[in-house]
Design a protein around this ligand. Structure first.
Ligand code: KIV
Ligand code: ZN
Length: 396
C-alpha cells in the first residue's frame, strides 16, 4: 500500500529482506559455521535491520536445532524463521526451536515440479496437494506467521502451481515464497510468473509474495528484482550471495540496487546499508570463503580505480566513475590504486596524501621513475612510493 509522508511525497512501498545466510548460505559445501559464529552473524543481521532471519533447519541436526534456539533468544527485532519439510515432525521441531523468539515464523516447503514429484518425492500431484494442506494447517495451528514454498517453483507447471499456492493460502499460509531452486529462470520469466499468480490465484493479495533466487546462470539478483517489479514484496537473499552451488541472490546487491536506482525501482528496505561491508567481511572470515575482487558492492575493487583517466575524473568529481558513495556501504573512502595505468594527477594526489607537495618539475621526475616501477609490479603501494621519494632525494 502506498502511503503519504509528512511532506506529502508518496511513501515508497516496503520490500521485506529475508536473510537466509544461516540456512541456505550454510548449505554451501564448506560453509559450516559454529554456534558462536552463527550468533555473531545473526546479531549483526538484526542490527542491520534485516526483517526476517532464517536461522536454520532444526530437524536437520542437533547443531541446527541448537543454533535456531539460541539465535531466537538473542535476536531483538527481526522475525526468526526455522525451515521444515512438510511432515508434522519437522514442523514441531522447528516450532520447538523457535520458542524463545520474540517473533517466530515457520517456513515449510515441498517440491511441486514434475521432475521433483516423480523422482525425488515419488508422490502423485494430488498427494502433494494433500501434504500442502496438512502441513500448512498444522504449522498455522502453532503460529500466525507461516511461510510456504513450492520447491523448484519456477519449473512447476503453471496450473499445478496455482492449485498448490491456492491450497497453501486456504490452509493458512501468510507468505508464499516462489523459489527458483536451480537458478533456471530469467528476469522476464520471473516477473511473468509472479504476475500470473497474482492474476489467477484467489486471495493472493492477502499474503506476502516472496522470491527466492539461485545464481546458477548468474541472474539471481536480476530475477529477484524482476519479481519485485511484478509484485513480490519479500526478497530472500544471503550476504555475499553465499549459498548452494553458485549461491543465492546477494543481499548487498539487491538492497543497493533498490537504493541507487530508486528512480526506476521505487521500493525501500529497512536495511542500514552502512553495515554492509562489516557483514560481508564477517561472513567471509567465518566461512573462509573469499569475496571475489570484482564482486559488486563488496569486492576489494568495487570502489578502486587504477586507470589514469578514471583517477583524474575521480579527483575532479567522484560521480564521474562512482554510482554510489563508499560511505553508504560502510567504507571510509574510494581507493585510488597506483599502477601502470595511473596518471600524473593521481600520483600528485597520492604523494600529497603521503606528505609530499611537489612542483611540476619534481613531479615529472617522480612520474618517470614511478612508471618504470609500475611496469614491473601489479600495484605500487604507499611504501614503494616512499622508497622512491627517498631514492630521489639521495640522487639529488
Ligand atoms: O532453493 C530452494 O528451493 C529452497 C527452499 C527450501 C525455499 O531453499
Ligand atoms: Zn534455496
Amino acid at each position: 500500500m502506498t502511503e503519504q509522508t509528512a511532506n506529502g511525497a508518496p511513501e515508497q512501498e516496503r520490500v521485506l529482506i529475508f536473510d537466509t545466510t544461516l540456512r541456505d548460505g550454510e548449505q554451501s559445501p564448506g560453509a559450516t559455521m559454529t554456534l558462536t559464529e552463527k550468533l555473531e552473524v545473526a546479531t549483526l543481521l538484526d542490527e542491520m535491520g534485516v526483517d526476517i532471519i532464517e536461522a536454520g533447519f532444526p530437524i536437520a541436526s542437533e547443531g541446527d536445532f541448537e543454533a535456531v534456539r539460541e539465535i531466537s533468544k538473542v535476536v531483538k527485532n527481526a522475525v526468526v524463521c526455522g525451515l521444515a519439510r512438510a511432515g508434522a515432525k519437522d514442523i514441531d521441531r522447528a516450532w520447538e526451536a523457535l520458542q524463545g523468539a520474540r517473533r517466530a515464523r515457520i517456513h515449510t516447503f515441498i517440491s511441486t515440479s514434475p521432475l521433483h514429484m516423480k523422482y525425488k518425492l515419488q508422490m502423485e500431484p494430488e498427494e502433494v496437494l494433500e501434504a500442502i494442506a496438512r502441513s500448512v494447517s498444522h504449522a498455522r495451528s502453532l503460529t500466525d506467521d507461516v511461510q510456504w514454498s513450492p520447491e523448484d517453483g519456477t519449473r512447476t507447471e503453471h496450473d499445478f502451481l496455482c492449485r498448490a499456492v491456492e491450497t497453501a493460502i486456504k490452509a493458512g499460509a501468510t507468505t508464499i515464497n516462489i523459489p527458483d531452486t536451480v537458478g533456471y529462470t530469467a528476469p522476464g520469466e520471473s516477473a511473468a510468473l509472479i504476475r500470473m499468480l497474482k492474476e489467477r490465484v484467489p486471495d493472493i493479495d492477502k499474503v506476502v509474495i516472496s522470491t527466492h533466487c539461485h545464481n546458477d546462470l548468474g541472474m539471481a539478483v536480476a530475477n529477484a528484482l524482476a519479481a519485485v517489479e511484478a509484485g513480490a514484496r519479500q526478497v530472500e537473499c544471503t550476504i555475499n550471495g553465499l549459498g548452494e552451488r553458485a549461491g543465492n541472490a546477494a543481499l548487498e546487491e539487491v538492497v543497493m540496487a533498490m537504493r541507487v536506482r530508486n528512480d526506476i525501482m521505487p521500493w525501500r528496505t529497512g536495511v542500514d546499508t552502512t553495515k554492509i561491508m562489516q557483514a560481508s567481511r564477517l561472513v567471509s572470515r567465518i566461512t573462509g570463503f573469499p569475496v571475489q575482487y570484482n564482486k559488486a558492492i563488496v569486492g576489494k575493487n568495487a570502489f578502486a580505480h587504477e586507470s589514469g583517466i578514471h583517477q583524474d575524473g575521480m579527483l575532479k568529481h567522484a560521480g564521474t566513475y562512482e554510482i554510489m558513495r563508499p560511505e553508504d556501504v560502510g567504507l571510509t573512502a574510494s581507493n585510488l590504486v597506483m599502477g601502470k595505468h595511473s596518471g600524473r594527477n593521481a600520483l600528485r594526489a597520492k604523494l600529497r596524501e603521503l606528505g609530499f607537495e611537489l612542483g611540476d618539475n619534481q613531479l615529472n621526475d617522480v612520474f618517470v621513475r614511478f612508471k618504470a616501477l609500475a611496469d614491473q609490479k601489479k600495484e605500487v603501494y604507499d611504501e614503494d612510493l616512499l622508497a622512491l621519494m627517498t631514492e630521489m632525494h639521495s640522487d639529488a
